[in-house]
Design a protein around this ligand. Structure first.
Ligand SMILES: *Cc1c(COP(=O)(O)O)cnc(C)c1O
Length: 393
């Protein structure tokens, strides 16, 4: 189905209808599969005959999700995993050994940082953290033993854009992989493989589900980089996506293009409105011309995305007042949901970062992050105005 547009792939790709002729994808909640004979069992186990064996590593619903997401990202292979974190773990377990080194943007998901510094480090894999946007820092951090460059773009919460084409050239020149966590944009807004990335990682928990129901993840890339290293680890270690969750994410993919469009439209309108509000100091949104990397964002992404971050005039108390004055928005650190969520990064998602490092990274106490959902934009604005208007009264 390679020749179809992404909206069509999202709805139809990857599914083999069963003899029941159902129109909607079936769930296969079965742990194992039966063979017609001992010879067939032997052939399946020996890898001589393709087919289902055991749902830790072969399940038709998971496979449909994997095929569909692979086509949407423009990758050959995809492995579904139990969570976004296990997608990251499986990728690095598959591609790193003791003595290897990774260069990572410092502006990545906090738990990913902990995975690198607390757990991969125990097994002799070192990570250097560098600026999301300064290519010379990436270059300077690369060592003989560097096997991968890792990033998310736009960054959370400040929406800094990493230049994937420049970093892909750097990775190629140094014989290492460029690995991109594409959670915020999804393939609808940005396809990192087309920009030179080697591997794309997802937390399906966020926009791919989009309705807050399941935890899951995925890794996409060429068959060579995915099948033996990553699927091999996944099938052996078992951070498997369940059939139920794969079905949720499949249904999520069907509406992902229209949802992303609506998230971006609402987010753009909110960003423009916040820019005009006298209680707001600064707005961070890649769709705004005032974003320092507006041009790069325009080149890499088809729209600004669903996350809008802003600082209020004053400090933490004012940021908390805006959050606590909302009546409709969900106060939660989750993102990518149809329900708009609001969070105070300095005391939640980034509270484990040392205060000095946090400030250096721009996560100030007056910073508020909104993951813009699909409610009426007028209602979202009105809910934020409850607190913002008090600050100018
Ligand atoms: C949430 C998130 C993850 C982790 O995903 P889980 O599904 O929660 O394990 C990884 N990367 C990014 C950018 C995220 O936002």
């Amino acid at each position: 189905m390679n020749e179809f547009d992404i909206e069509t792939l999202a709805v139809r790709a990857g599914y083999d209808q069963t003899p029941e002729q159902e129109n909607s994808e079936t769930i296969f909640p079965t742990s194992s599969f039966r063979y017609e004979s001992a010879a067939q069992a032997a052939a399946r186990f020996g890898g001589d005959e393709p087919g289902n064996i055991y749902s830790r590593f072969t399940n038709p619903t998971v496979r449909t999700f994997e095929k569909r997401l692979a086509l949407m990202e423009g990758g050959e292979s995809c492995v579904g995993t139990a969570s976004g974190m296990s997608a990251i773990l499986s990728t690095f377990m598959g591609h790193c050994k003791a003595g290897d080194h990774i260069v990572s943007s410092q502006s990545i998901f906090g738990t990913t940082k902990v995975l690198f510094t607390k757990y991969l480090a125990k097994f002799g894999v070192d990570v250097s953290f560098v600026s999301q946007t300064d290519i010379s820092e990436w270059q300077a951090a690369i060592q003989e033993n560097t096997v991968a460059l890792f990033l998310e773009t736009p960054s959370n919460p400040l929406t800094d854009i990493a230049d994937m084409q420049a970093l892909s050239q750097l990775a190629k020149a140094n014989d290492c992989l460029l690995i991109v966590d594409n959670c915020f944009c999804t393939p609808v807004l940005q396809r990192p493989l087309e920009q030179g990335a080697d591997i794309v990682i997802h937390s399906a928990t966020k926009f791919i589900d989009g309705q807050g129901r399941g935890i899951g993840g995925a890794v996409v890339g060429s068959a060579e980089l995915i099948e033996e290293p990553v699927r091999g680890f996944m099938r052996t270690a078992g951070p498997t996506m369940s059939a139920f969750n794969a079905w949720i994410f499949l249904k999520g993919l069907e509406t992902l293009p229209v949802r992303m469009k609506a998230h971006c439209e609402n987010a753009m309108q909110l960003a423009l409105w916040l820019t005009e509000h006298p209680a707001v100091e600064k707005v961070f949104y890649p769709g705004l011309k005032s974003h320092p990397q507006y041009e790069l964002a325009q080149k890499q992404q088809s729209a600004g995305g669903g996350l809008v971050t802003f600082t209020v005039k004053g400090g933490k108390d004012n940021a908390w007042l805006v959050i606590d004055s909302t009546q409709m928005l969900s106060i939660t650190a989750n993102l990518g949901d149809v329900k708009t969520s609001i969070t105070h990064p300095a005391t939640t998602t980034h509270s484990r970062v040392e205060p000095e490092a946090r400030l250096k990274a721009g996560i100030t106490d007056n910073l508020v992050r909104v993951s813009v959902g699909l409610e009426s934009i007028e209602d979202i604005k009105a809910d934020l105005a409850r607190g913002l208007d008090q600050l100018i009264a």
